[in-house]
Design a protein around this ligand. Structure first.
Ligand code: NAD
Length: 260
């Protein structure tokens, strides 16, 4: 479905981003990775991708908490891939705390990585997409881009911002063969979400299994994790041949969370 396309996927050394990168490569795209991790984990991700797309896997170690880092990554991608047809803004972090105690540096970091990096990357790649007359921007937002939960002030604010940015860019590109959409997952089985289970079990004095279904997935009626492959499938659809009329959407993939 993506034969001949090039794609930059941010935060793709793990979790959802890595699954999207692998799915894109399986569909024929040439993908560049970005993100942190141990040298072993990054090498393993690059090798897994190389096994599908062949050659060296382009990789940027850019820190997306800084605008210069985002711009540098986009320039690296254009140099390594020739052009960026598809941008997936996926990198993100989480921090959980009551708002009165929320550390200011965590607020700044979450807004920078989860929201501002989407703006800087979109700004950097959009001129090339316009010049070539085709492009796809996929922002990995969250169910928390549509509804709130307590103790996630920065994350919820940033993800609502991502949905707003998505809609604005979508309207601006609407007359061209470029689209900009957001994916809004519920809880997905990744390191970022799994790390929230043990503290909940401890806090409520229950097993991790009970903490998962009764507390973490309290609002997710399916009572199961969304799997990274399911999110990747939605990203492939949004970048494939039949999705050109889907623009400015915030697509839920959340086991029914935002339906209730
Ligand atoms: P993850 O922790 O597995 O992956 C996050 C990725 O972002 C990693 O590759 C990490 O290295 C990268 N990253 C973090 N800070 C960075 C920085 N400063 N610069 C560059 N890269 C950086 O998490 P995940 O669950 O796969 O999350 C991916 C996206 O999906 C995030 O935007 C997250 O908010 C969103 N999301 C996750 C869930 C979930 O339940 N897991 C649900 C909804 C939305």
């Amino acid at each position: 479905l993506l034969e001949g396309r090039t794609a930059l996927v941010t935060g793709s050394t793990s979790g959802i981003g890595l699954a999207i990168a692998l799915a894109f490569a399986r569909e024929g795209a040439k993908v560049m990775l970005n993100g942190f991790g141990t040298p072993e984990a990054i090498s393993a991700a690059r090798a897994e991708l190389a096994g599908i797309q062949g050659g060296e896997t382009p990789y940027s170690a850019a820190d997306l908490s800084r605008a210069e880092g985002v711009r540098a990554m986009c320039a690296e991608a254009e140099a390594a891939l020739g052009r960026v047809d598809i941008l997936v803004n996926n990198a993100g972090i989480q921090f959980v705390s009551p708002v009165e105690e929320f550390p200011e540096e965590k607020w700044d970091a979450i807004l920078a990585i989860n929201l501002s990096s989407n703006f800087h990357a979109t700004k950097a790649v959009l001129p090339g997409m316009r010049a070539r007359g085709w492009g796809r921007i996929v922002n990995v937002a969250s169910a928390h881009g549509l509804v709130a939960s307590p103790f996630k002030a920065a994350y919820v604010a940033a993800k609502h911002g991502v949905v707003g940015l998505t809609k604005t860019v979508a309207i601006e590109v609407a007359r061209s063969p470029i689209t900009c959409n957001a994916i809004c997952p519920g809880f997905v089985r990744t390191p970022l979400a799994e790390a929230q289970v043990a503290p909940l079990a401890k806090k409520h004095g229950v097993t991790e299994e009970a903490a998962l279904t009764d507390y973490l997935l309290e609002k997710q009626p399916s009572k199961r994790w969304v799997e990274v492959e399911e999110v990747a499938g939605m990203a492939v659809y949004l970048c494939g041949p039949n999705s050109g009329a889907v623009n400015g959407a915030a697509l839920s993939i959340d086991g029914g969370w935002t339906a209730s």
